[in-house]
Design a protein around this ligand. Structure first.
Ligand SMILES: *Cc1c(COP(=O)(O)O)cnc(C)c1O
Length: 392
């Protein structure tokens, strides 16, 4: 184990303090390290591995595509691209989509599209973006500029201009910052990295109404909370508030690096040839993964499964929280759950790992639980038993 850790640390830039585990294999909802130790995975590679490890249909679709063709560039059509795009349009409820290689790039594209729409319709007057405090949208200069976390931003200024931050779940804070110059409002319906905060319905409804009145583009970042995680394909469906642009990634490729931003026609049509591009984005391998994921979601009724297992997990977490003075509160939607702790979260994550449970932290001292979407009640029981040992 140390041999691989040393080799990696000797060659990688030090941007992560990795856990001292060398993971070699995944099976279902379990991970294995190079010494054969087994871990129940409630992290899913940061809410990515929705279908679990070793899904046969998914693996076969990806292997088949590797043997067909892996890359073509966007100068050509491919069959996986056509299939993935039409399936994602249907799954997202949007009208058109652009594939990227990551969530960050989906945000970059979404913000560019909003700016282009406003530039075309209201020349030279509408360019400001209102984003939320404690949000997370990525690390590139554009995505970082709309990420409401001063610590992430500080060393990299000057950032992209024209960005204001409002308080999440405080409608007045958003409305009071809207002006004739506002181009877009960007938010996560359930804040992830910020500490697992679901939006209030009235908050989203109020923003939607104000955006409609002022022709402001509403962008939802569902990179973490989308793809069935909260118990609907996209979280916005549960709120009954539809965005104009939707950013998605993480679970979209079940581990293959792919993201997308999708838009309603009125906004999406603002992009013309030459406005945006990518060499890899939407390549046949990534799109074969997306096609397989969306097919499996339908065939295996993944969203319905989340609706079944999530209430059980919530019930068990609530019971644990009620019995423990180390837990301040449980928050979340569906299988995107957080426990705000009264004790430091870092040692809890470490201790859980020692006991064979992978969890993650999120902002504000929160223990984040985002398991593969295919977990069963018995896995919830296993997780609760380990957390009870630590927090009970
Ligand atoms: C992870 C994440 C991103 C960034 O996605 P990457 O694939 O890491 O670039 C953006 N927004 C949210 C809400 C995320 O959770």
């Amino acid at each position: 184990m140390n041999q691989w850790m040393n080799m990696a640390d000797g060659a990688l830039m030090h941007t992560y303090n990795r856990f001292p585990l060398v993971l070699t294999k995944g099976e279902g909802v379990y991970l294995y390290d190079d010494e054969g130790k087994k871990y129940l995975d409630f992290g899913a590679g940061i809410a990515v591995f929705g279908l679990g490890y070793g899904n046969k249909k998914f693996n076969q679709a990806v292997k088949d595509q590797v043997d067909q063709i892996v890359h073509t560039s966007n100068l050509f059509y491919t069959i996986p691209l056509a299939k993935a795009a039409s399936k994602l349009v249907k799954a997202s409820g949007m009208d058109e989509v652009f594939f990227t290689n990551s969530g960050t790039e989906a945000i970059e594209g979404a913000v560019k599209l909003a700016r282009k729409y406003a530039w075309q319709k209201h020349p030279g007057t509408k360019s400001e973006i209102i984003a939320m405090q404690h949000s997370f949208h990525g690390r590139s200069m554009g995505a970082l500029s709309v990420t409401g976390n001063a610590h992430y931003q500080e060393a990299f200024k000057p950032l992209v201009g024209g960005v204001k931050f409002a308080e999440f779940n405080n409608l007045e804070s958003v409305l009071s910052q809207m002006t004739d110059a506002t181009c877009a409002v960007l938010l996560e319906p359930v804040q992830g990295e910020g500490g697992i905060f679901p939006a209030k319905k009235e908050f989203l409804e109020g923003i939607r109404k104000a955006c409609d009145e002022r022709d402001i583009v509403l962008i939802f970042d569902e990179i973490q909370c989308g793809m069935g995680r909260t118990g609907s394909m996209y979280a916005y469906e549960q709120y009954g508030v539809k965005p104009d642009i939707l950013a998605t990634a993480k679970a979209l490729g079940n581990g293959l690096p792919v993201g997308a931003f999708a838009a309603v026609k009125k906004v999406g049509d603002a992009f013309e040839p030459g406005d945006h591009g990518t060499t890899y984005g939407g390549n046949p391998l990534a799109c074969a993964a997306v096609d397989a994921v969306l097919t499996i979601f339908e065939e295996d009724r993944i969203v319905e499964h989340v609706q079944e297992v999530a209430p059980y997990m919530i019930e068990k977490l609530d019971a644990l929280a009620a019995a423990s003075d180390k837990i301040v509160e449980r928050r979340g939607l569906g299988l995107m759950q957080g426990l705000e702790l009264a004790v430091p979260v870092g040692p809890v994550v470490k201790e859980a790992m020692n006991r064979g449970l992978i969890t993650m932290s999120a902002g504000g001292n929160v223990l984040r639980l985002v398991p593969p979407l295919v977990i069963e009640k018995e896995h919830v029981d296993e997780m609760i038993a380990i957390l009870t040992q630590i927090l009970g």
